[in-house]
Design a protein around this ligand. Structure first.
Ligand SMILES: [Zn+2]
Length: 417
């Protein structure tokens, strides 16, 4: 099945900053040759100013190396707490090997290891009865938005508020840290909050431990802002095999997928993005096969990303269109008549106690399973994630601004007479 693909986040090395320093050096050279034609006093003052300029350049260089170091470490670091591992019962998690990340879609994948690289996204992605793909209710539609919160989410919340529609937000823990106020507003407006992991990795390529960190770090981020924990999780790229699903279940989650995909992540910057995005909604509403409906649900759960303004811009059009065809908007949890889409802290504590008791009886098998999984790990949990709003470039932007400021000060010293 098609899955949303996030582009690789570009390395946020401060190229602009390096260029600034290069310009400074060039201008310094010019200034030096001009100084040769000046009086001794002027030359001496210039030398002093040049020394100051040099000092600034050194500082500039120092900042450059700091920023460069930051750029190298800019991949998202997933918080890890060994206590989280103890609270998860692995006894029902099947011992399936970690799958290496490949690329492409492969409809007839054998998934036996010989074509995992080529067919990764198909391997192990077998729908189960428990997975929520669509809305089992006729003329019901759940709008879902992934990868936020972002700087565009407020605009989306305004649109949804205006129409009094409750949607589902599958949020990244790393973005929650960055936009806590946006998450708070979404929750207080009555929208469902679901997890989408911390750093958007291919979960099947992670060990059990790494998956637990991804999920628990996101729980913690959401807890800090809202005091609740989501009950639904959308695996990044829609990828989850039996091991990943069992692990998510043991952590109290229901797997939330979708049965309408306007592929906004692929088309958002195309001239005909509006037509393409609206087309997917119209096709599903017209009863055509979306190719993503293993449970043949009569209602729909659509996938969009509040990372793309172009996708958000289509929301009012889509709402009008679907309303005109008699669709009722619901959250994903309402689709399956779940009145509690989030878990309260009290419920979480009770579940942890239950799991701890259960884990004590199966501790040895759990440990060996986790260890085996770790030994076959092939990729780190620090997946790059895309984002026009990429927050993690924020620190670099700040540092770059500081370097620019230093550069300007250096220029002032060198050129003022
Ligand atoms: Zn995503």
């Amino acid at each position: 099945m098609r899955t949303p693909r996030l582009g690789k986040r570009r390395k946020s090395l401060p190229n602009g900053f390096i260029l600034d320093c290069w310009i400074l050096k060039k201008k310094k050279k010019t200034r030096h040759s001009m100084a040769n034609h000046s009086s001794l006093t002027h030359s001496s003052r210039s030398t002093s100013r040049l020394s100051m300029g040099m000092l600034m350049l050194v500082l500039c260089g120092l900042l450059a190396s700091m920023v460069a170091a930051q750029g190298e470490a800019s991949d998202i670091k997933v918080p890890q707490n060994s206590e989280w591992l103890k609270a998860v019962d692995l006894s029902r998690v099947p011992d399936i090997a970690v799958r290496p990340v490949g690329s492409g879609i492969c409809p007839n994948a054998t998934c036996d290891g010989t074509d995992n690289d080529r067919c990764f996204e198909s391997c192990g992605n077998t729908p189960t009865k428990e997975d929520v793909y669509g809305c089992p209710k006729d003329h019901h539609w759940a709008l879902t938005f992934d990868d936020g919160p972002s700087k565009y989410t407020h605009e989306l919340l305004d649109l949804l508020d205006k129409s009094n529609i409750k949607a589902t937000f599958c949020v990244l823990g790393s973005h929650v840290k960055e936009f806590p106020d946006v998450l708070r507003r979404a929750y207080q407006s009555g929208h469902q909050i679901a997890s989408h992991t911390y750093s958007h990795p291919h979960l099947m390529s992670l060990t059990n431990e790494q998956i637990i960190y991804e999920v628990k770090a996101t729980e913690e981020a959401i807890q800090e802002v809202l005091g609740i924990t989501p009950k639904y999780i959308r695996p990044p790229f829609g990828e989850a095999d039996a091991r990943v699903k069992a692990l998510l279940k043991s952590m109290g989650y229901k797997v939330l997928l979708w049965n309408v995909d306007p592929t906004d992540y692929d088309v958002f910057n195309l001239p005909d993005a509006p037509t393409k995005i609206q087309g997917a909604f119209k096709m599903a509403a017209a009863g055509k096969d979306t190719g993503l409906n293993p449970h043949e649900d009569v209602g729909f759960i659509s996938l969009q990303h509040d990372l793309y303004k172009e996708s958000i811009d289509q929301v009012p059009v889509v709402i009008d269109y679907l309303k005109g065809r008699g669709y009722k908007f619901v959250t994903s949890a309402e689709c399956v008549d779940d009145k509690e889409p989030h878990r309260s802290p009290a419920l979480m504590r009770a579940q942890t106690v239950d799991r701890a008791a259960s884990a004590s009886t199966s501790a040895s098998s759990s440990t060996s399973s986790a260890a085996k999984s770790s030994s076959t790990a092939s990729s780190s949990s620090n997946e790059n994630i895309a984002s026009p709003t990429n927050s993690h470039s924020g620190a670099n932007t700040l540092s770059t601004s500081a370097s620019l400021l230093l550069g300007l000060v250096a220029l002032t010293f060198m050129f003022s007479a």
